[in-house]
Design a protein. Structure first.
Length: 254
């Protein structure tokens, strides 16, 4: 029976076939669960290494990164007041970039994820957007997705991308997502965004795959003039990327 479970485990990160010892699970499986729970808690509570993120991002050569904070003054406030994580701290202003694309690296609910994947994913996305101007990257702490609307409006970009640490689970604590908003401004709803999630190689989506999907969405948003439920991911169907096909509307399912 163990051979069957071993084969199935190759295709999922879910906890399956744990076995039992008396009325409980084996000690090894219990310790694995406790470890995963600790990793998830750390992902939420450990502060982002901002100086390190600035250094690594600067080394990519996309300009000197800008650092901002949300209106949530500390992690406890951030977790209790999601609304404050969607606003810039008082007095923060960003220089106008007037670029096609803006990109923010946000700690979100997993600083572990952003630290592990943020710079490399940023590099892959920029490489997938030839011909478009990209504003200097922004690093944001205590940040929710909608903080990107304020950042994008101040930068003056056409399309805003938010790379953010996703809520950790008991299988994956270091997954990031990319949220796209066309014509960002405060007040945009979640229905006006697209999300590419589960990015955490080698177990999840690779940087290159995610970058291809993001690039297709950026190009689609520029053609359509909108993002969100009106915008379809065309990265996996070459026929849909043909300008003559007329297939530009739909729902992003990534």
């Amino acid at each position: 029976m163990s051979d069957l479970w071993d084969e199935l485990r190759r295709h999922t990160q879910a906890r399956i076939g744990l076995g039992r010892t008396g009325n409980s699970i084996p000690t090894r499986r219990h310790l694995e669960f406790v470890t995963a729970h600790a990793e998830a808690r750390d992902a939420v509570h450990v502060p982002l290494d901002v100086p390190g993120m600035v250094r690594r991002t600067k080394e990519l050569g996309f300009g000197d990164p800008l650092v901002v904070e949300s209106a949530a003054e500390d992690r406890s406030t951030y977790l209790r007041r999601p609304d404050l994580g969607r606003q810039l701290a008082e007095g923060i202003t960003l220089p106008r970039a007037e670029a096609d694309v803006g990109i923010a690296l946000c700690d979100g609910l997993s600083s572990t994820a952003l630290d592990a994947h943020g710079p490399d994913l940023l590099a892959a996305i920029v490489a997938a957007l030839p011909g478009l101007t990209v504003a200097p990257p922004v690093i944001a702490t205590q940040a929710r997705v909608a903080l990107g609307d304020h950042i994008g409006e101040q930068l003056g970009v056409t399309t805003m991308l938010v790379i953010i640490g996703e809520r950790p689970g008991l299988s994956v604590a270091d997954s990031v997502g990319v949220y796209l908003t066309h014509h960002p401004r405060p007040g945009r709803s979640d229905a006006e965004r697209n999300c590419v999630s589960n990015i955490h190689p080698p177990g999840g989506m690779t940087y290159e795959h995610a970058a291809r999907v993001v690039a297709a969405l950026v190009n689609g948003a520029r053609q359509l003039g909108a993002s969100g439920v009106a915008l379809k991911d065309t990265s996996r169907d070459p026929a849909l990327t043909d300008p003559g096909s007329g297939a530009r509307n739909g729902h992003q399912s990534a």
